[in-house]
Design a binder for this molecule. Structure first.
Ligand code: G4P
Length: 532
């Protein structure tokens, strides 16, 4: 198969949901559908052994949260799916944001009893900002659910998104009988086997015509189903693929992740309607270009760095989302800043396993082991002159001064903080005056994770204390002299980030506003996109 056909059969997506809606259960059953794992429960079980090997992940286990995002690839119906896992905890929203830059589509999982919850809304907004099309999976239909029409109304109202059901459920909870495939007019029967593990395999299908449904369903359920469908058909728009791709409409699939119902249907919806690897905006030699999946030359961007995936090695792994061409093991790729890498051991992630990738195509995510050369936002290409746009750094919401218990280890501390900042989850700022190391993060939990990792990986006992600053803003100006003068005048309230870019460090937002007003030629920004 050519790289063009290979790219066309890729679907790269992420799952967004509020905690407890069923993301983990759905992930597990998606992998099962793809044959990537053998039995339900194995993701969790393997996760357990992995965690016991890795000290710093103790915090994940203690808190029952997943700190790091990863990717899982599997095949289904002749399509290759790359599922990007987004961390669930809200302190890691920046990481989630970056992961979504690498996805072409998202699956929004809703709990059928709860509808849209706060975290769903937040993540949805990120998808909207990036025009990522969304498929909605209404989960837990085997429990008492809200009326389907009122759930869809809520999606429409809160997300300003048209809803187009591809299926319609027959009741819910104890009476849940299955769902009608509205496109094929086939009814998928839900069978609950009390006391047995979830039934793995396709649901039994019967014809969806009125007579067959009437003969097979409980009369009340039949009535509910036909009334519901009639209302849905008269009140809701028909599915329109263009509106979906443009992010204005979401197709709806119902199911029960726990009971493996609707899982295969969700995957079919993804391969039938979700976009293949999409065009990516980039710059080449100062010009804005679009990189197409069909372009023959290999290119991609790093959206995440993970350290110590294997505690026996000090390596870190850069997650590279490929955007074009046919990648082959051993290839030499270059960053736009001129660094060269021979990629001898590219990793593919099948469920929780890693394998060496011999080839990979647009849409795939490969892990590139490196010793710190690669950074979040780096672009890699054969030519070395492509820089992808749009992987921002966010101004952190919390700033802390880092101190190490043993003052002799201050140098080690700086190295360790730099290393962690290179992963892209936290930031390190160096004020112009003094020797403070100011660490920025989006949430308190990240400081706790850092304390654990500092002990486990670097043997440093670190404390994070209140800093003299609470707000950081990147500075830029079209007039370099103006910027220079500003930095000179504000020595005690400025510094630089890991890349040496100038940053204004202020006590509060009011100070930022005041400085902005006094210095109209200078831009104070809360995000910084990596450029060359
Ligand atoms: P999350 O990753 O989104 O946080 O959710 P997770 O999959 O862990 O699911 C949260 C709870 O909801 C779990 O129950 C899970 O079994 C249950 N669940 C998920 N999908 C369904 C479904 O389709 N139907 C029903 N009835 N339950 C579902 P738990 O009791 O918290 O955990 P566990 O002890 O069952 O693992």
């Amino acid at each position: 198969m050519s790289h063009v056909t290979e790219a066309a059969r890729r679907r790269t997506f992420a799952i967004i949901s509020h905690p407890d809606a069923g993301k983990t259960t759905l992930t597990e059953n998606l992998l099962l559908a793809g044959g990537a794992i053998r039995a339900a429960g194995e993701v969790a079980a393997r996760g357990q052994t992995r965690r016991t090997r890795s000290d710093w992940m103790k915090i994940e286990r203690d808190r029952g949260i997943s700190v790091s995002a990863s990717v899982m690839s599997f095949e289904f119906d002749g399509y290759m799916f790359n599922l990007l896992d987004t961390p669930g905890h809200e302190d890691f929203s920046e990481d989630t944001y970056r992961t979504l830059t690498a996805a072409d589509c998202a699956v929004m999982v809703l709990d059928a009893a709860k509808g849209i919850e706060p975290q769903t809304l937040k993540l949805f907004e990120v998808c909207r900002m990036r025009d990522i099309p969304i498929v909605t999976f209404i989960n837990k239909m085997d429990r008492e659910a809200q009326e389907p029409l009122s759930l869809l109304d809520e999606v429409q109202d809160k997300l300003q998104l048209d809803t187009a059901p591809l299926f319609w459920p027959a009741a819910s909870g104890q009476r849940f009988a299955g769902m009608l495939d509205l496109e094929r007019s086939q009814f998928l029967q839900f069978e609950r086997r009390v006391g047995e593990p979830a039934r793995i395999g396709p649901a039994t299908e019967i014809a969806g015509d009125d007579a067959t449904l009437k003969a097979n369903l409980d009369p009340y359920v039949y009535e509910e189903l036909t009334e519901g469908i009639e209302m849905a058909r008269s009140l809701l728009p028909a599915f329109d693929r263009t509106a979906f791709i443009e992010g204005n409409m979401t197709p709806i699939v119902f199911g029960s992740a726990l009971r493996y119902f609707g899982v295969a249907e969700l995957l079919r919806t993804l391969h039938t309607y979700a976009p293949q690897p999409r065009d990516q905006m980039a710059t080449r030699k100062g010009e804005t270009i679009k990189v197409h999946a069909e372009d023959p030359s290999v290119s991609g961007f790093v959206f995440k760095i993970q350290a110590n995936m294997d505690p026996n090695h000090r390596d870190r792994v850069a997650f590279l989302r490929l955007c074009s061409g046919e990648f082959q093991r051993g290839m030499r790729l270059k960053t736009s800043s001129g660094k060269q890498l021979n990629i001898h051991n590219p990793l593919m992630f099948m469920a929780q396993d890693r394998e060496i990738a011999e080839t990979a195509y647009a849409g795939d995510v490969i892990g590139v082991p490196n010793h710190g050369q690669l950074r979040v936002g780096d672009s890699l290409s054969e030519s070395g002159d492509i820089q992808f746009a749009g992987i921002p750094n966010f101004a952190p919401e919390l700033l802390r001064r880092a101190r190490v218990k043993d003052p002799m280890k201050a140098k080690h501390l700086r190295k360790a903080l730099e290393s962690l900042a290179e992963e892209g989850v936290t930031q390190l700022f160096t004020p112009q005056i003094g020797s403070d190391m100011i660490v920025g993060a989006v949430g308190q939990l990240q400081f706790e994770v850092m304390i654990e990792r500092m002990t486990a990986e670097y043997g440093l006992e670190v404390m994070f204390e209140p800093a003299p600053y609470n707000v950081a803003r990147w500075l830029s100006s079209d007039d370099p002299d103006k910027l220079e003068a500003f930095l000179e005048k504000n020595k005690s309230a400025s510094g630089s980030d890991l890349d040496g870019a100038p940053v204004y460090l202020a006590k509060n937002a009011w100070d930022v506003g005041y400085a902005q007003e006094k210095n109209p030629g200078i831009r104070f920004t809360a995000t910084k996109e990596r450029s060359v």
